[in-house]
Design a protein around this ligand. Sequence first.
Ligand SMILES: [Fe+2]
Ligand SMILES: [Fe+2]
Length: 282
Amino acid sequence: MARIVILSDIHLSPTHGFFWDNWCVAREFANTAKADAVIVNGDLTINGPDSDFEIAFAASALGKLRTHALSLPGNHDVGDEPPGQDPDQIIDADRLARWNRSFATDRFNLDAGDWRLVGVNAQLFGSGLEREQAQDQWLDEQLRTAGRPTALFLHKPLFLERPTDDVVSPACMVPSVRTQLLDKLSRYGVRLIVSGHLHQHLDRTFGGQRHLWLPAVAFAAPQAHGGDGRCGVTVLDFSQDNVEVTIERPRGLISHDLAAIKGHGRYQFLRDMPPSPPPYAG
Ligand SMILES: [Fe+2]
Ligand SMILES: [Fe+2]
């Protein structure tokens, strides 16, 4: 048996502290959950693609976790792959270097109980960067040598409705790139694919492959995609041949309404909001 706690979309910032209290609740939960590891599944920050301070702040906050933590970047940390949500924040080498200065790596391989857990940088897929190819080769190697049930973790979901969708949307992976990745995952028999980004929980199986969407820690789903949009923390209990998924909503975790925070569209991005630093960011 192995227990993994996943905190997704925590969206921390030293200048915009809307979600700091939710982070404290989630951190406390993770610290007392008797987990073997904590995975932080992307969107650790609000304006990471343009702020050294912000990425360093998130890294320092994660230092307060008392369980081994594995962090993956999201679009709010290293930028989006093209075409992206925001043309001014597309992933590039400088943004990746900023992440690496605080987190050292943007991928992981963890053998937990009877399973192999592999985490990758979702934003590299379709980026055309050199590191995309390097990650691809590394992923092949991790899957090829697994010899046990395998789960993949990444920030963005591979698709919204079905694996054959052809809509290009910043909400999920670019279709042509996703087809190649799905082929690879099927070839190696990957059983579980875990993603964040949409801030909603949904658990579906297609062709024997389970696709689990995670709730966010920071704020409720801003767009409906068929899942439960309330905030939450996810616990995965891996046994020999199965994984049990539990969504926890510890007391004090508030499902913030993003539109209300942004003044119902008055500010396009959270980073445009007037500063409101977290009160006790320590
Ligand atoms: Fe997010
Ligand atoms: Fe995201």
